[in-house]
Write a protein that binds this ligand. Sequence first.
Ligand code: SF4
Length: 701
Amino acid sequence: ALAVPDKQVPSVCPYCGVGCQLTYNVKDGKILFVEGRDGPSNHKRLCVKGRYGFDYANHPQRLTVPLIRRKDAPKVADAEMDPDRLMDIFREASWEEALEFAGGTLAKLRDTHGPKSLAGFGSAKGSNEEAYLFQKLVRTGFRSNNVDHCTRLCHASSVVALLEGIGSGAVSNPVMDVTRAEVVIVIGANPTVNHPVAATWIKNAVKNGTKLIVMDPRKSDLYRHAHRYLQFKPDTDVAMLNAMMYVIVHEGLVDEAFIASRTIGYEDLKKNVEGYSPEAMAPICGIDAETLRYTARLYASSKGSMILWGMGVSQHIHGTDNARCLIALALMTGQIGRPGTGLHPLRGQNNVQGASDAGLIPMMYPDYQRVVDPAARARFERAWQLPAGTLDDQPGLTVVEVMHAIKAGTVKGMYVMGENPAMSDPDANHARESLAALEHLVVQDIFLTETAYLADVILPAGAFPEKTGTFTNTDRLVQMGRQAIDPPGDAKQDLWIIQEIGKRLGLPWNYGHVSEVFDEMRHTMPSIAGITWERLEREHAVTYPCREEDDPGEPVVFVEDFPREGGRGRFVPADIIPADERPDTEFPMVLITGRQLEHWHTGSMTRRATMLDAIEPDPVALIHPLDVEQLGIRPGDVVTIESRRGSVSLYARADDSSPRGAVFVPFCYYEAAANKLTNAALDPFAKIPEFKYCAVRLTPG
Ligand code: SF4
């Protein structure tokens, strides 16, 4: 007979930033199945990950007891991980012993080598409260700003450009506004794979008459629904976008009233785009001049045009410049500040927006208050009851900078909660060597990740459905995730573990319930001041900015002004900067990394979800059919991909979504970790690595 749930728990999806609401149907402490709820961003829709990717929580490889590395077990950076030989390397420990060892050793390193000898990576998969408490632990327990998380690897460049240009790093309009737009541009994003339910709203909008322009070197599924598809050459975003601006300026399509009343810096931008005529840029970006002109006219002259973008824009050494161009397009045409217009960087993880808002970044406190601002420091010292002058006044190290600092010997201890830098960092061999070189590495996670394999102590944490907390989706919607089942064995919820580590660092913390942390957050973050815990329990989801308890929240912002000095948006011109590493005779192809529909980021959850793993079980490289032929292999054969930093072997899949000369590799497969190949060169403004472009060679076998 079919099992009937004995409990139904309303929650949200643990995967992407769309933030679909769902119901966990539970029986005897296990999730039986998941259903979509009528949430603002999904209206009962779920994708394959949200619907079927839940049984990782019951996987036999869950960590259930604290583990301490055996004294005779060396850390081998390039060792093949074998979960079955876990106990050869680690021994079980009580929570008391593990916490004393974890927190006590961090405290000793801090006291011996100074606050900057420690660093912490939090997680965009954790709740807002966990992110807030984790950054507070680093800032007040480690006493530095060396705290970061994977936002550095996804939209850091978008956020830098948005803060600079319009004063807010979050989206101006929700995804659902595509249904109100006349024209939608999707650039450098593959929503069908990475934000699947958002993709369905885009397709619905097209059906109702919205003109979709897809711009991407890779032919993502959305191109089938597009009015125009601009398959520009990889790495040529600035050339293409400046050419569109050239057309808008030269054909008088600018919104002069908007520019005059709401922006600064237009004359500089206008002068800069003079060198970027469509005719001059066509051979560079691979899009003919007439298509560039047509697209520019369409975007500028519609009643409402909206731009959504992803990591194809942000993950370049010129990611900030790419985003600056998108912002300039919106400002010069007045396509922002109304429903059906605006700028929407599609957020990746389910809480990457909230974790950044909560201050899990090295240069800003919660609500983007800068650590270099004496007034902001004084505010947080008062809020956290610290003596004046306690907080570090310098920005901390970013994700990739921490790895270099370990190699240089300045960072000696780390606390990593729910992130997997051994898989997600660029030049992963270098990252693994760094992690192995740490004097003390504390990892808090639900599985033995590739990072945990290099730890001195592993703290077993609760998975998503095993805890309650708030999560902020790509639309700035704060939603409640609720506990449906208990953590297995002796695993504990993250918030409890952070607090216990904090106590070992001398912090006098005593938070009883997660709502107490949320309450403290809203008293330090004006943007969410009007969102109470009770309100979230009642309404399930509230959009920020929400400053008063009777404020309904603002899905569309910048209606009258921008939250910048003088209320005006700022144009920032951008010029062409080539990728850090170009193809050459030795490494003649381009590598593009990314995700697959069925797997999420480093795969620690989805590869342990039965259905998802069954659909995509093995590492693959997506190669243009003609390139496969030229290699002299057949689809399904093993191919080796090498870069100057490493090599991986995986199965070749003939796929014409990749342009000729470019190979796409998902970064979720530990057997063929794509990031062993990637380049750690950074965008100078946002310190985001160039995941979307490096030189590789392919050989059969
Ligand atoms: Fe989850 Fe994103 Fe899929 Fe929605 S679209 S079910 S949030 S992975």
